[in-house]
Design a protein around this ligand. Structure first.
Ligand code: 5GP
Length: 344
């Protein structure tokens, strides 16, 4: 199976650019998820195998479910080590952006990236890239940035050097961005890549357990409470939403990652098509963080753009509102009703 994605010209540019670089920054988006970290570590693994000095920089905290990945402990966080991140960018002769391709995805770290005049390579699967780059690998149909990293490494001839550690990171990114291969994961090439990764002795069952069976006790109780007490199902429209307030976050001793994936749970209701999570931000007053998940061809990215100042993928999107949680509920309801014809 041909899994190459670069044209010959792109592959030549990338080879030459990497060959001419010694210090490389790999950076990924704020609130990094399994794919952001998996693709960063996978790409860094390849670059290090070529003898490059690589710093991975992210804006903020890596969730606990991902922090066990080999190499994750060495990642620089801008919110903790701004000087080291700035220095890494200053000293780099190549910056690689993975799993994002637009401005605004790095929060405060954005100005470090935008202020850095070093040449840039971008490898991403999100729609509407707007960052400039010497080479932009933008493949919105790919299941994850990690699968793109695998295919680029494969095409550049790096597979023989791939060891179990970066294979684990790449698998983890592919697995998390497809909800454990339950959505956006029907393309045959994905399983061809998995087959190749398994030859590197990754323990796929353990990777799954480490990521998905990793909850803290208060988190399990919190999730139960939200599904039991807060889920509002919109009758007849196969859609639902729930809110999470700061008070509740405090009561259940919330830490980042505790509610990861909860927005998928309402989709286990028979026939359900859309699930929306509305969570009060703990940092900024009156900011509501919105997550949307859908099935089949329901475009929750369109809904996110239209109603929640956001975007994303067809079946997994997000956004933000600047209002009270009560107003956010009304907006969610309005959004669902606006799409009633598709949800019936
Ligand atoms: P999550 O619900 O996990 O926070 O986000 C799901 C997906 O939605 C992300 O992978 C990202 O593609 C997209 N997304 C989340 N927040 C935003 C946002 O504020 N703007 C845009 N354009 N996309 C977002």
């Amino acid at each position: 199976m041909n899994i190459n994605i670069l044209t010959d010209q792109e592959a030549a540019i990338l080879r030459e650019t990497i060959a001419a670089s010694h210090r490389i920054v790999v950076c990924a988006h704020k609130s990094p998820d399994g794919d952001a970290i998996g693709s960063s570590l996978g790409w860094a693994g390849y670059l290090r195998s070529l003898g490059k000095k690589v710093d991975i920089c992210v804006p903020d905290m890596i969730p606990d479910s991902i922090s066990w990945l080999p190499g994750a402990a060495g990642i620089l966080r801008y919110d903790r080590q701004p000087e080291l991140v700035q220095r890494a960018f200053d000293e780099a002769d190549l910056v690689c952006c993975v799993d994002f391709s637009s401005e605004g995805r790095l929060d405060e770290m954005d100005h470090v990236l935008l202020g850095c005049k070093t040449q840039r390579v971008i490898i991403d699967h999100h729609l509407a890239p707007n960052l400039e780059a010497k080479l932009l690998v933008s493949q919105p149909h790919a299941s994850s940035a990690s699968d793109l990293i695998f295919r680029v490494v494969w095409q550049l001839g790096g597979f023989p050097q791939m060891d179990q550690t970066w294979a684990t990171c790449i698998y983890c990114g592919m697995m998390t961005d497809t909800g454990g291969f339950t959505y956006n994961s029907t393309q045959p090439y994905i399983y061809y890549i998995i087959c190749l990764l398994l030859t590197k002795n990754i323990d796929k069952d353990k990777i799954y357990r480490n990521v998905f069976n990793n909850a803290r006790i208060p988190a399990v109780r919190f999730r139960g409470y939200l599904m039991n007490e807060k889920l509002q199902v919109v009758e007849g429209l196969h859609a639902s939403f729930y809110t999470v307030t700061r008070k509740e976050l405090k009561k259940y001793d919330f830490i980042k990652g505790d509610l990861e994936g909860l927005v998928n749970v309402p989709l286990t209701i028979k026939g359900h098509k859309l699930s929306i999570s509305l969570r009060e931000d703990t940092d900024i007053d009156n900011r509501i963080l919105v997550s949307l998940r859908s099935v089949d061809d329901f475009p929750c990215n369109k809904m996110a753009a239209e109603f929640f100042n956001g975007g994303g993928h067809r079946n997994a999107s997000g956004g933000k509102l600047h209002c009270s949680i009560q107003e956010a509920e009304q907006i969610a309801l309005k959004a669902i009703l606006a799409y009633a014809d598709m949800l019936k």
